[in-house]
Design a protein around this ligand. Structure first.
Ligand code: FE2
Ligand code: FE2
Length: 243
């Protein structure tokens, strides 16, 4: 069906003031003073759909975010992790947790991605799934010989061999270990490997049935309902909004 929705702020130059979080501490740190000084009848700050991005449907679903917003590394990583867990015969909750575990890295926030991701999905999934998304982050750093999980070789390369795991992750891993859902989060860490070099590409639709059973899609569309995390989905729909 043709999309006849008009583009917002027609006829003006739409300036993008990047979110502080993505720029602070880097040479690209945003110069908001400069942008503010450029405001005039012709120059406005961007609000609403950005033509540089695929346009989201009016009632976005989880799969729409995989298709139109998440970066390709996150997409293949999440789909590959979930497929491996599904092929191994794990429960829906385990496969869903694998499918969603790094969702925050897809288009939102990298630091503490497990914690952000858990809050993002919590209103829509089983409590066990959101719990596993939260705790996979801390458990990634700690071995569990009972399932042949060792500290990731990739982390030595990501962070250097002398990286020291901060106290809050030690604390949360210890909490997770005593929890009844420990093994759900632990299985996420087991399937938390980059598979895309060895796997055929997977379309997100491969998980349509799993998602229908385990993700409470809001009738208004993600980002347009009034759940506690709706604003986080909306931020991914309109990541360049000024306010
Ligand atoms: Fe992760
Ligand atoms: Fe991961």
């Amino acid at each position: 069906m043709a999309d006849n929705r008009p583009w917002p702020q027609a006829g003006r130059i739409r300036m993008i003031a990047r979110s502080p979080l993505g720029n602070i501490g880097t040479p690209e740190a945003a110069d908001d003073h400069h942008l503010l000084s450029m405001m005039d009848a012709k120059h406005v700050f961007m609000m609403g759909d950005n033509p540089a991005l695929p346009r989201m449907p009016e009632k976005p679903t989880l799969i729409d975010f995989f298709k139109y917003r998440f970066n390709d590394i996150a997409v293949s990583h999440l789909l590959g992790s979930a497929k491996r867990a599904m092929d191994a015969g794990h429960s829906d909750n385990v496969v869903m947790a694998c499918l969603l575990h790094d969702i925050s890295n897809g288009c939102l926030i990298r630091p503490d991605h497990g914690y952000w991701g858990a809050q993002l999905v919590a209103p829509y999934v089983a409590e066990e799934v959101a719990w596993a998304v939260k705790y996979h982050q801390s458990l990634r750093y700690f071995a569990d010989e009972s399932v042949d999980y060792t500290y990731p070789e990739s982390y030595h390369r990501f962070f250097g061999p002398d990286y020291v795991v901060p106290e809050y992750l030690r604390r949360d891993a210890a909490i997770a270990r005593k929890h009844k859902w420990y093994m759900t989060a632990r299985l996420v860490t087991l399937y938390d490997v980059y598979f895309f070099e060895e796997m055929a590409p997977i379309a997100p639709e491969y998980f349509t049935d799993l998602i229908a059973r385990n993700f409470r899609q809001p009738a208004e569309g993600l980002g347009h309902d009034d759940s506690p995390s709706s604003h986080m989905w909306r931020t991914m729909i309109w990541p360049n909004n000024f306010l």
